[in-house]
Design a protein around this ligand. Structure first.
Ligand code: BEZ
Ligand code: FE
Length: 316
């Protein structure tokens, strides 16, 4: 007896108790494992949200096919549960191990790619990563957002436009980055904020700020994502980058990076996040006068990175 997954209409509706539990009353009815899969799929037939129903039924189909294909052992099932349990135990408002797992499995970049179609012609997106913190400190145009983060001074500037070429005045830009030692502020004890901030683009869509030159760094390796990399013989390094999130009314939100040209890890990013269009020249500059009226006693870096945003479709 095998309830059909997509026969939720009134006529062929399965026994309500069976739909609730996903199982027929008599387990001996499960003459083969396909029957079990069909019953679990059918258990979502009554979901009130069609999208939820689609996602869960498809998830169950693929999850069961995966277990069947690898002939999952009990010990392997227990190991999988342990991985998820440890990810949950490590996750709090300063550490997100589930995002890290999604990143090292390529799921984050796959999702970015699937959704990129809607933003054709705009600056490409990449992973959010686990170190974004909402409500970063406000920085004035041309201001310094590194705080106590260590590193060579780096001036960042550019223009934000729509894909139609129109400047996006007042766009909100959120920036976060690792310091010269490859660490984010949230990875240090003490809770200080450094190497992150938010600012507004000017009337012509222009933006500029001072920070420090980002360095390559290993992603956290003390949890299940690190175990996965080690088991696979994969490296943990991400190439140096600045994170940028740009929001403006009427435009799709952009989450992206500026990668440092010439970084040795551009081809082996642990989270598959590099796109050629996001690699920018971080040009070495000699000591002396710099932008925003600053005088630099040592060498510094400058980068220009223009950003294009896709229009948000009008609400019907
Ligand atoms: C990051 O760039 O901050 C990041 C992204 C994915 C995993 C770990 C870190
Ligand atoms: Fe990062």
């Amino acid at each position: 007896m095998s309830p059909q997954p997509d026969t939720a209409g009134a006529a062929g509706r399965a026994d309500p108790e069976q739909v609730r539990t996903g199982l027929s009353g008599d387990l001996t009815d499960l003459t083969d494992l396909t029957d079990l899969t069909d019953q679990v799929i059918a258990s979502f037939a009554g979901a009130s949200s069609p999208r939820y129903r689609e996602i869960m039924q498809t998830l169950v189909r693929h999850l069961h096919a995966f277990a069947r294909e690898v002939q999952l052992t009990n010990a392997e099932w227990e190991h999988g549960i342990d991985v998820l349990t440890r990810a949950g135990q490590l996750t709090d408002d300063r550490r997100q191990e589930f995002i890290l797992l999604s990143d090292v499995l390529g799921l984050s970049m796959l999702t970015v790619g699937i959704n990129a179609v809607a933003s054709a012609g705009a600056t490409e997106s990449t992973v959010l990563g686990p170190f974004f913190v909402a409500d970063a400190p406000e920085v004035p145009a041309g201001g310094y957002l590194a705080g106590e983060a260590k590193g060579q001074p780096c001036h960042v500037s550019g223009t934000i436009r729509g894909t139609d070429g129109m400047p996006v005045a007042g766009a909100r830009i959120e920036v976060w980055q690792a310091d010269a030692d490859g660490c984010y502020d949230v990875q240090y004890p003490g809770g200080r904020t450094a190497g992150r901030g938010q600012l507004r683009a000017g009337q012509a869509g222009e933006y500029r700020f001072w920070s420090v030159r980002p360095a390559p760094y290993p992603i956290p390796q003390d949890g299940p994502a690190g175990d996965l990399l080690a088991a696979a013989g994969r490296g943990p390094m991400r190439p140096a980058h600045l994170h940028v999130k740009v929001q403006a009314a009427g435009y799709r939100t952009l989450v992206t990076h500026m990668f440092v040209a010439g970084d040795p890890y551009l081809d082996t990013d642990a989270v598959f996040g590099v796109k050629d269009s996001l690699i920018a020249e971080f040009a070495e500059q000699p000591p002396g006068p710099g932008p925003e009226g600053r005088h630099l006693d040592g060498p510094w870096t400058s980068v220009t990175f223009d950003i294009m945003l896709a229009r948000q479709p009008e609400e019907p």
